[in-house]
Design a protein around this ligand. Sequence first.
Ligand SMILES: O=C(O)CCC(=O)C(=O)O
Ligand SMILES: [Fe+2]
Length: 299
Amino acid sequence: MLISSFSTIEQSSKISSQEFKENFVQKGKPILISGKLQKWPSLNKWSVEYFKQKAPDLKILVKNFTTHNEIESRKTSIEEYAGLIKAYEIHKRKGQSVSLPPYCHDLPLFSLIPSLVKDVQPFPLHYLPKWYHYKWWRYCQFFIGSSDSITPLHFDCLLTNNIFFQVVGRKKFTILMHEDAEYCYRHSWRWFKVNPENPDLDKYPEYKKAKPITFIVNPGDILYMPPGTLHHVRSLDMSISFNIDWHTEKSSLNGIVASLKGMPHKNVYYNFLITMGLLLKVPSQIIFPFYKSYLNYVS
Ligand SMILES: O=C(O)CCC(=O)C(=O)O
Ligand SMILES: [Fe+2]
């Protein structure tokens, strides 16, 4: 195991599924598995332009995270979005001022363009519980955006494990373990007021007690974050990533108990569905039609 000099996240280039489960998932520890996806054709192939060629009529939902901690979303075409991103990167390179394009967040792109699945082979399915293996690509949610796109500080709303795949461009992550949530000034179930890149310590003095970890995720890397990990993400380049939010038996039960700690009812319902799958062995073919709406759900 290597410890990166840049941060304290554990880093490894090779890790068996057993080691992954025992040393990270069961212990609730994050890990950066670097360079694992180097063989994926998508690394050299994917761009917004490429998605546009594959599905010229595709409509996507894009978001703006406002300074008032609100999310504004609107529908646009992949064609318009490709144009916005291209123009942003060109203007930026020339040093011209240009407004930041919205961010395409939580897009279930493999379900919209199934032929993309062959670009992410070999897929490290062995890291996921067997229940998710059947048509696993349906659980993937994409993040597509220009450089400088930001996802503000939050945790994933079902308290799932998160396995995150970086395909194009680099991202800077700042993560905090769930215990530090009390120092980050929560303003809703999952969002926090502190900006870890430039914390206002006069306004948010408790943040001094928090222990943020900052590191860069490169194309070909996998990041694992345990349930409840707070994360703030900045795209350093035009970027394409996707993740899978997934439960173990233990985390799915915790995701039901969390109703006592303010988890919205709708989230508890999704966790109940997954618990039926993992614990009561109801096949994913039966559960998925009910779970599907989570994959477009903005909380
Ligand atoms: O990549 C991003 O901007 C956000 C990623 C994220 O929040 C997630 O994977 O849950
Ligand atoms: Fe997230």
